[in-house]
Design a protein around this ligand. Structure first.
Ligand SMILES: Cc1ncc(COP(=O)(O)O)c(C=O)c1O
Length: 340
């Protein structure tokens, strides 16, 4: 099976498993795991933040950003299709008691969008306290924020007295796509969360990166939420291996996504906004019902997800070769024709 459902489906490579097997470990709740410490130091360095905390998932990273920078009843400004709104099981409401205001189009927005969305400072309105951007933007089709625009949004938020978070689950892709170091993309934001389990190909894990004080606040919450781990150096070793060996190759995933997008853009019954294909995600709009195309594709050996009744999402990653992508394009083209 060729699996284009997500970049989270990758299996650890033999070299990664080797690094995991060799990892020195200790009880991280007691602060004893040297491999977790090494990962946290490396991620703090890469993101340019004072400190980092190894967490179970990108969801936990985002929720720690919300919990440490809001109070119950607050409003959080996000882009259209934001991950915490669509895919985090209502955690913002359940864990921190916040609500969300969605601004902009396709996940991107402007400083003026932020200013216009801030509630008046009167006691009967919610208190707007946090602005969060997603780079790259998942539902937006892997869109990359122009570095100057992201910075302008963060600067305006700060001038309005708001905290800022960057959901950087795929910040590694953004950095490779726009040629700007990760630390520079994160610099204007108070907090960032990054994932090792997406394009980087590690089996588990993310990091919450921020000031020392916010990371200590997050450490207590991680424990409260059941996310403190013991000999997690085994997992941190996989993340360290991924950071060292799987970042530059993301350019191959981007090229594969581009090739797939160009082929599908020429397929009758499908349309792809080629300008929006900047990284490893391709949104494919269909005339036929997406679930029918998904079924036909599966019968021919391709797994792909429908993200709405007439839309498919294909994601390239470490475990699909260029030949796989070419084969996937042929299978999908045939499945789309069959479903028309
Ligand atoms: C943009 C973004 N943020 C956060 C997450 C959450 O990551 P996890 O699945 O590790 O909770 C994802 C997952 O795909 C994502 O795409």
């Amino acid at each position: 099976m060729i699996d284009l459902r997500s970049d989270t489906v990758t299996r650890p490579t033999p070299a990664m498993r080797e690094a995991m097997a060799r990892a020195e470990v200790g009880d991280d709740v007691f602060g004893d795991d040297p491999t977790v410490h090494a990962l946290e130091a490396e991620v703090a360095r890469l993101t340019g933040k004072e400190a980092a905390l190894f967490v179970t998932s990108g969801t936990m990273g985002n929720q720690l950003a919300i919990a440490t920078q809001t109070r119950p009843g607050d409003d959080v400004i996000v882009g259209e299709g934001a991950h915490p709104v669509f895919f985090e099981a209502g955690a913002g409401a359940a864990l921190s008691g916040v609500q969300f205001t969605t601004v902009g189009r396709g996940g991107l927005f402007t400083p003026d969008d932020v200013a216009a969305a801030v509630y008046p400072k009167v006691y009967w309105s919610p208190r707007t306290s946090l602005v969060s951007i997603e780079n790259t933007h998942n539902r937006g089709g892997g869109r990359v924020w122009a570095p100057a625009q992201a910075r302008a949004v963060a600067d305006r938020a700060r001038s309005l007295g708001l905290a800022t978070h960057l959901d950087g689950a795929r910040i590694w892709n953004a950095s490779v796509a726009c040629g700007v170091p990760v630390a520079e993309l994160c610099a204007a934001f108070d907090t960032t969360s990054v994932c090792f389990s997406k394009g980087l190909g590690a089996p588990v894990g993310s990091a919450f990166c921020a000031s020392r004080q916010l990371v200590e606040d997050a450490r207590r919450l991680r424990k409260r939420w059941g996310g403190a781990m013991r000999q997690s150096g085994v997992l941190a070793a996989a993340a360290l291996h991924a950071l060292a060996h799987h970042r530059a190759r993301l350019a191959d995933d981007h090229a594969g996504a581009r090739a797939l997008a160009e082929k599908l853009a020429r397929t009758p019954g499908a349309s792809v906004d080629l300008a929006s294909v900047e990284t490893n995600i391709v949104n494919i709009d269909l005339e036929a019902p997406a679930d029918v195309v998904v079924r036909h594709a599966k019968e021919q050996g391709l797994l792909i997800n429908a993200t709405s009744p007439k839309r498919l999402r294909a994601v390239t990653h470490l475990d699909v070769s260029r030949a796989d992508i070419d084969a996937a394009a042929d299978i999908l083209t045939a499945a789309i024709q069959k479903a028309r």
